[in-house]
Structures are given as structure tokens and as C-alpha cells.
Design a protein around this ligand. Structure first.
Ligand code: NAP
Length: 481
């Protein structure tokens, strides 16, 4: 019997998995998607100015050449358009069950049983591929008085498009990559904008450009052009940005570039001082944006660094007094270290995944977890990047899973060997030592206790090599134990 595969999530990862199954002639799969549309994070994050700071031709599948990109750095509607194009071209939409939220995944020793919201009877699958992302659960801060606010408030990933910001007094809490993208758009409309900054970020320019009709024709018709361009961007990111994160030759250059950018764009010394980080660049995600700083210099914008004490009906109260607001946007990020939550996952012997991960999530190659046979993760623990395309990583993971499937058909369920996982953990820990994320800052890359659970500490070329090795030696059959 053909393997029954459940894919959870229809974003970049889930769609890639579905497409590769289709291409391999495997049709016995179902994609569960909790929302009413595909796109994952690119469906959820529709705030003004939302886009990607990885160039379009790299932030896309290697197998799907696309000549319609209108910009070097894609904006959210174009990315969503690309994903829709891929889903339709490879005819995977028919396999997506929209409005179907998986609540529970339980392994009974042989098969997986998935329970979805509003359905009492679980459905049975041989293989489960979790592709829910790392940035899918918005995180609201825990500030006293939030429910007392009399105005309109929302999280950046749940943008309230009905609420016109023209002429408003807006408070934005947070200044990460999301805030940096929408602040310039909000500043143009608001009467006044307070940006509440807890920690300044390193910011480097985004050299955006448009692709006119001629460039698009060239990308379409000139043989090899798109591939060569993609390869060039990839190598540039790998060759210059990765060493900066690994405290290598380019870390000084990154700092110099960011400080130069700050000097060029922020003439006021007092504001510059507020915006200058005191930790190494790359420790937190570097913001890549050319319009963020100019927005902060507008007369209707204040960067507020006073500590937030509470939210009141009238606005945000800091240690220095009330900053009146009629709108609060929480650009406070995501629950990034709580991988897979709120899905309740149980494996061999009824073991809870959340319990197994209580000191931090971990998975072999970021894909497979001891005690959880035939469960695979896309964009799982330690596979996030601060310098290159996540889509590249997802494709590596899908290749690994595709290579596992024939073995699972033959031998039944397989789990990653505990000794392989232990060696993997040791290797990750050693590699993590040289990376910039460990000390000097708090970030969404790590748990409260300081363990980096989200980022991949090596070059992506190494990750590709590791994930393309024959998988079998790393796994063992669970039925033969
Ligand atoms: P984020 O980077 O986690 O930023 C959250 C912000 O909220 C930080 O400035 C944080 O301050 C602040 N914050 C959180 N709790 C707070 C509190 N209680 N009081 C005051 N401030 C608080 O979230 P994000 O901006 O949504 O970005 C998340 C990730 O999404 C990015 O790092 C990036 O990987 C991805 N992203 C990518 C793009 C792209 O172009 N590719 C665009 C948008 C997002 P602290 O720094 O002090 O913690």
C-alpha cells in the first residue's frame, strides 16, 4: 500500500513537500492547513510594507524558475502570488484541506493518528511532515494594563486593515525586522508615531531595485541567466554574510557598514546614540532596510527608550510619563522556541514531544526526533538562518525526507538513532561556540536559558551536503526492536 503522508501547513515548506511528492508520482498525501488560504507566514504578515530582505530569485524554489518578479527584494503580495503560482502549476491545491487545524498527532507504534479541530475521529497516516514554521505564533508582550487600552490594538502579524491610521496617534512596541518595514508607511499617515525601542538593532541598507519589462524578458528567455543570478546571490550571502555571523573576516566590515549607514541617514547625534547597539552585529537578526532610519528622523516620530511601565486606557505609560495613543501596534515577534505548539504530539510509548523538548527543541538535521518515528520537521530546530534563504534549507530537508520514504515503505516506521542524535547535538554545540548569537544579547533565536534552538551554525553548503547523504545509517526500524 502506498505510504499515507500528512503534511501540516501550506506555506513554503508544506507546498515544497507536496510538490516533490507529486513530482515523484506519490499522490497519497493530504495537506492540512488551519487557515482558508495557503502561504503561511506570507499570508499572515500583510502589514504595510511587508516583504523579504532576501532577493526574490533566491527566496524561491530552485526548481521553479519564475520570470515575473518585479523587484530585487520581493514584497508580500508577490511572494504570495509566487506560492499560489507554484501550488496551481504543480496541481497541489486539490490536496490541501483548508480550515483544518491539526490539534493532536499521536503515534501508536505503527501509524500516526491526527485529530483536527471540530472532528472527533482521528485520521490515520504512515508519515507526518510538520511544516508549521518558526514564526507562526504571534507573541504579545506581558505588559500590565494591556486590556485597559481604550483605543485599537493589534499584533503586526494580525494587521487590522480596517483601521485607518491617517491622523492617528500611534504607538509601536518593538523595532525588529517587521516594525522596520511598516514604520515608514505608518509614519507617512499618522499624526504622531512613538516607536518604543527596548534594544537598538544593527541596520544595513537594502539595495532594492525594480526589474522592468526588459529585465524580466531577459530572465525569461536568456538561457541560464536566472540560474546564474541566483547562484551569484547565494554565493555572495554565503561568502560574505556567513563569516560575519561566525565572527570571521567580515564581522568588522558588517559593523562598519551598519555604523556608516546610521551616520548617513541619521544626522542627529542624540538619536544616533539611541540607535547604536552595544552588542556584536548579527547577535540579533540584522535589519536590512533603507527606509527605517529616515522614518525615525521625521518630525512626527519619536524613538522612546524609556522603560514601559504599563498600558492605560489613554496610551503607554513609561517611567517618564504617559505617551498618549489611540492605536497600539505590537511588533513584538513570535513564540519562536515553542516549536510545533500548540499541536500536542506524542510518540513511542506515549511520550510527549513538548515534555522531551522542555530544555529546548532539538532534532537530527533539524528534521527527525528520537522517539518520534516517521515524523519529519521542515524548518525545524536549528535550521533558521540570519544570512541566506530559508527556502534553500527547506529544499534540503524535503530532499532528505524524500530519500527516507522508500525505506519507510520497505521496513515500516523508523526513528533516528539516539547515538546519531547525541553526536549531532555535540557537533551543533561545538559549531555554536564560534557563532555570534551566544553572548551579548537576547534574541528570538534562543530560549530564556540561553540555548540557541533556532539557528543553523554552519555554512548552508555544509547543510546541503549533510542532508543529501543517504539517510539510512542514521535511522533504525522501530518494529524490529
Ligand atoms: P522580533 O525580531 O522578535 O522583534 C520583536 C521586537 O519587539 C523587538 O524589538 C523586541 O525588543 C520587542 N519587544 C518584545 N517584547 C517587548 C516588550 N515586552 N517590551 C518592549 N519591547 C518588546 O520580531 P519581528 O520584527 O516580527 O521579526 C521576527 C523575524 O521575522 C525577524 O527576525 C526575521 O527573521 C523575520 N522577518 C523577516 C523579514 C524579512 O525581510 N525577511 C521581515 C520581517 C520579519 P528586544 O529586541 O529588546 O527583545
Amino acid at each position: 500500500m502506498a505510504l499515507r503522508v500528512a503534511i501540516i501547513g501550506a506555506g513554503f515548506g508544506g507546498l515544497c513537500m507536496a510538490i516533490q511528492l507529486e513530482r515523484a508520482g506519490i499522490r497519497s498525501y493530504t495537506v492540512f492547513e488551519k487557515a482558508d488560504d495557503l502561504g503561511g507566514t506570507w499570508r499572515d504578515n500583510s502589514y504595510p510594507g511587508a516583504g523579504c530582505d532576501i532577493p526574490s530569485h533566491l527566496y524561491s524554489y530552485s526548481f521553479e524558475k519564475y520570470s515575473s518578479w518585479t523587484r530585487r527584494y520581493p514584497e508580500q503580495p508577490e511572494i504570495l502570488g509566487y506560492l499560489t503560482h507554484c501550488a496551481d502549476k504543480y496541481d497541489v491545491r486539490r490536496k490541501i484541506r483548508f480550515g483544518s487545524e491539526v490539534r493532536r498527532a499521536a503515534f501508536d507504534g505503527t501509524t500516526w493518528h491526527l485529530t483536527t479541530a471540530g472532528r472527533d475521529t482521528p485520521e490515520t497516516f504512515d508519515v507526518v511532515v510538520m511544516s508549521v514554521g518558526q514564526l507562526n505564533q504571534p507573541r504579545l508582550p506581558d505588559i500590565p494594563g494591556m486590556t485597559e487600552f481604550a483605543g485599537v490594538s493589534f499584533h503586526s502579524a494580525r494587521w487590522n486593515h480596517e483601521h485607518d491610521l491617517t491622523g492617528r496617534r500611534v504607538a509601536v512596541i518593538g523595532n525588529g525586522s517587521s516594525a522596520a518595514q511598516f514604520i515608514p508607511r505608518v509614519a507617512e499617515r499618522a499624526a504622531h508615531l512613538d516607536v518604543f525601542q527596548r534594544t537598538p538593532n544593527w541596520v544595513i541598507p537594502k539595495p532594492d531595485a525594480t526589474f522592468g519589462p526588459l529585465a524580466r524578458l531577459a530572465f525569461h528567455f536568456v538561457p541560464g541567466l536566472q540560474r546564474a543570478y541566483r547562484e551569484w546571490i547565494y554565493r555572495y550571502a554565503e561568502g560574505t554574510l556567513y563569516p560575519a555571523l561566525a565572527r570571521g573576516w567580515s564581522s568588522g566590515l558588517l559593523e562598519k557598514r551598519a555604523l556608516g549607514h546610521l551616520r548617513e541617514q541619521v544626522p542627529d547625534a542624540e538619536l544616533r546614540a539611541k540607535l547604536t547597539p552595544d552588542y556584536p552585529p548579527g547577535c540579533k537578526r540584522v535589519v536590512i532596510d533603507s527606509s527605517f532610519y529616515p522614518a525615525l528622523t521625521r518630525p512626527n516620530v519619536d524613538v522612546v527608550t524609556d522603560k514601559i511601565a504599563r498600558i492605560t486606557a489613554a496610551g503607554v505609560e513609561t517611567t517618564e510619563g504617559l505617551r498618549a495613543a489611540d492605536t497600539i501596534v505590537y511588533a513584538t515577534g513570535f513564540k519562536t522556541t515553542e516549536f510545533l505548539t500548540p499541536i500536542e504530539v506524542t510518540g513511542l510509548g506515549g511520550r510527549s514531544l513538548q515534555e522531551q523538548w522542555r530544555d529546548g527543541a532539538e532534532a537530527y538535521l533539524g528534521i527527525s526526533v528520537v522517539n518520534f518515528p516517521n515524523l519529519f520537521l521542515l524548518y525545524g530546530p536549528n535550521t533558521n538562518l540570519g544570512h541566506n534563504s530559508i527556502v534553500f534549507m527547506i529544499e534540503c530537508q524535503v530532499n532528505h525526507i524524500m530519500a527516507c520514504l522508500p525505506h519507510l515503505s520497505r521496513t515500516g516506521p523508523m526513528e533516528v538513532r539516539p547515538e546519531v542524535m547525541a553526536a549531532w547535538r555535540g557537533r551543533l554545540d561545538a559549531a555554536m561556540e564560534r557563532m555570534v548569537w551566544g553572548n551579548g544579547c537576547q534574541s528570538w533565536y534562543k530560549t530564556a536559558s540561553g540555548r540557541v534552538t533556532n539557528n543553523w551554525p554552519g555554512p548552508t553548503t555544509l547543510y546541503r551536503r549533510l542532508t543529501s547523504r543517504p539517510p539510512l545509517p542514521a535511522y533504525r526500524s522501530v518494529t524490529s526492536q
